[in-house]
Design a binder for this molecule. Structure first.
Ligand code: PMP
Length: 415
């Protein structure tokens, strides 16, 4: 991510890339749309929406069940996504790729399945101060049920984790370390390889919330050696309602199912039910098939551009936007870690972020405002929320310039 900041990206025609996203070519409130809310949901290139459309028009059928050809077509298309995800994150086995409805669902699966079986009174789950609520609340729920306790790694004012405290929190009581790879509210890229390594030396398992990492740089799961890793399709040019839980095969094999129903069983009688093999043991019921096929197409699309190329382009845009925002008087960036992804949270003078966001929206500029589902971060800075511009590779310097003009307009408006 930032280490690529000075690379000059020459291979890709970014204007052509941008033209592949029809949603960007429209007016909002009479102004050209400037979409800077990519951390919430990225946009979908036409090739992905066409692929989903093709499924609906030509392949729609249930998966894994039918002997008929249409069902086989749908199953092949849907299952090809599993192979694409496996290759995309360099997982060892296809069975390690569990399909879920998104990061939130993936984390709940691990908390409810692994946690319920393995956590006992006094066991500890280490989280960090910069977690998204999706990586806090599922652990709170299972902690309440099992008597486990949450321990929190603090961060400094730049938004970097205090690694000394992390090390000191690790003990024989630590059953799980659950940490975000890239913070959605601050942009911080955490040293997850080191976090995982230290946890493993302590014989603790690690779940990494990769919702904001996978869309922006190459993630090699074997190199990281995470036990669990989670992400969502809608943040990586794919559709909503679909996501991934990666888990190491030997750990997943030992975990009980999280939900019961069709597809996840081997044999059912009223006396006893046995489970299907991985990954289906965790995939009860008819899945969002079109969305799954859409994720496969999104991965093809990202691969075609190249994840290094994407990381490099986004680092350039982050650099440019950071410099321009820093030049504005009265604008404070929240989250100034050394290693950052393309997220800029900011405050304009004493203006409430919701007011700032509303005025920016009148100018056609889409940013997110509020606590970004990370209230403990806001508690750290003692602020109610921030405005957040999150940049994708299809944004341009011109988008950033329009954001800067918009911020100036907000300042004038409230002065
Ligand atoms: N973790 C992080 C870091 C996120 O940014 C998000 C989405 N904002 C989530 C988890 C939850 O993702 P989803 O809503 O797709 O389940």
């Amino acid at each position: 991510m930032t280490k690529l900041a000075n690379d000059t990206s020459t291979k890709t025609d970014w204007n052509k890339i941008r033209s592949q996203f029809p949603v960007l070519d429209q007016k909002i409130n009479g102004q050209d749309l400037v979409y800077l809310d990519n951390a919430a949901s990225s946009q979908m290139p036409v090739i992905v929406s066409d692929r989903i459309d093709h499924y609906h028009k030509k392949e729609h059928s249930n998966v894994h069940r039918g002997i008929h050809s249409l069902s086989q077509k749908a199953t092949d298309a849907y299952e090809s996504t599993r192979t694409k995800v496996q290759e995309f994150i360099n997982a060892r086995h296809k069975e390690e790729i569990i399909f879920t409805t998104g990061t939130t669902d993936s984390i709940n699966l691990v908390a409810q399945s692994y946690g319920r079986k393995n956590f006992n009174t006094g066991d500890e789950i280490i989280l960090s101060e910069m977690e998204h609520h999706a990586n806090i609340v599922p652990w709170q729920l299972i902690a309440e049920e099992t008597g486990a306790v949450l321990r929190i790694v603090p961060m400094n004012d730049a938004g970097e984790l205090d690694m000394d405290t992390y090390e000191s929190l690790l003990s024989e009581k630590t059953k799980m370390v659950a940490i975000v790879h890239v913070s959605n509210a601050l942009g911080t890229v955490n040293p997850v390889k080191e976090i995982i390594n230290l946890a493993h030396q302590n014989e603790s398992l690690v779940l990494i919330d990769g919702a904001q990492a996978v869309p922006h740089s190459k993630v090699d799961i074997q190199d990281l050696d995470a036990d669990f890793y989670t992400f969502s399709a809608h943040k990586m040019c794919g559709p909503t309602g679909f996501g991934v839980l990666y888990g190491k095969k030997e750990i997943l094999q030992d975990m009980p199912p999280y939900r019961g129903g069709g597809d996840m069983i081997d044999k059912v009688t009223f006396e006893e039910t046995t489970w299907n093999d991985l990954p289906y043991k965790f995939e009860a019921g008819t899945p969002p098939i079109a969305a799954g096929i859409g994720l496969g197409s999104a991965i093809d699309y990202l691969n075609e551009i190249g994840m290094d190329e994407i990381a490099s382009r986004e680092a350039q845009l982050l650099d440019y936007a950071t410099k321009r925002i820093n030049d504005l008087e009265g604008v404070r960036i929240i989250g100034t870690a050394k290693d950052k992804a393309s997220v800029i949270s900011f405050l304009i003078d004493n203006i409430h972020s919701t007011d700032a966001g509303t005025i920016l929206d009148q100018k056609g500029i889409a940013v997110r405002t509020g606590h970004h589902c990370a209230q403990p971060i806001m508690q750290h800075y003692d602020i109610p929320g921030t405005a957040r511009a999150s940049i994708s590779f299809y944004n341009t310097e011109e988008d950033i310039d329009k954001l800067i003009d918009g911020i100036k307009y907000v300042k004038d408006f409230f002065s």
